[in-house]
Design a protein around this ligand. Structure first.
Ligand SMILES: N[C@@H](CCC(=O)N[C@@H](CS)C(=O)NCC(=O)O)C(=O)O
Length: 215
């Protein structure tokens, strides 16, 4: 077993709990059956030169595995998925399709979702945010509708669960302060299906545990 360490925040405000991106890594590790240690960082450590050498932007997650240092949640999940049949089919076509969905989650859906979340969670009262919000909502709805059209009657984005579903679910969760996912029943059912996985439940519990200690 490799020695794996995941860097996460020891404390975040309640609105961010359950959303911080170390959850993606913890979930991937749980699906892959890999154990890890957590390194909880605070503001001072986040700004330190030592941490910047691990995560150049001072963000979480960061990941260490037997001397390998990685950052960016998508890259870390891909790294884990490449060695786990539970996250990535072993055939080249299946792998390519799963990778496409990983990028779709992070590069096509998340930018719209994040843009709305920043308005709602960080700048709700500012005039520019109120002016911008309707078009941000419209952009999110357009993406979610197309995602739901693709899903149709499927349980997952492809013919089985992959790391693409893992990342997509964590992106959809960012909208939990709205009804935008719930308004599309197939998408809501998809999110709940993915979140019902025991590996997600384990990862979420491990992600939340430090916040209870440092409430
Ligand atoms: N693209 C990065 C984004 C990481 C990110 O935004 N991390 C947030 C927590 S979810 C963070 O560390 N924020 C504090 C900061 O940016 O200073 C990834 O997916 O790993």
């Amino acid at each position: 077993m490799p020695k794996i360490t995941v860097c996460a925040f020891g404390w975040v405000p309640p609105f961010a709990r359950g959303l911080v991106r170390d959850l993606r890594v913890r979930w991937a590790l749980a699906e892959a059956g890999l154990t890890y240690e957590e390194r909880l960082i605070g503001n001072e450590e986040q700004a330190s030169g030592e941490y910047r050498r691990i995560q150049p932007f001072g963000q979480v997650p960061a990941y260490e595995e037997d001397g390998l240092v990685m950052f960016e949640s998508g890259a870390i999940v891909l790294h884990i998925a490449e060695r786990s049949e539970a996250l990535m089919p072993s055939d080249p076509v299946g792998r390519a399709r799963a990778t496409s969905w990983m990028f779709a989650a992070l590069n096509t859906i998340e930018p719209q979702v994040q843009s709305l979340a920043e308005i709602d969670l960080f700048h709700p009262k500012e005039e520019w945010a109120q002016l911008r919000r309707p078009s941000a909502v419209k952009a999110v709805k357009a993406r979610l509708t197309k995602l739901s059209d693709w899903l149709g009657e499927r349980d997952y984005l492809e013919d089985r669960f992959t790391a693409g579903d893992l990342l997509m679910t964590t992106v959809l969760r960012i909208l939990r302060h709205t009804e935008l996912v719930a308004e599309i029943p197939a998408l809501e059912a998809y999110r709940l299906r993915c979140e019902a996985r025991p590996a997600f439940q384990k990862a979420l519990a491990e992600h939340m545990a430090p916040f209870a200690k440092h409430a």
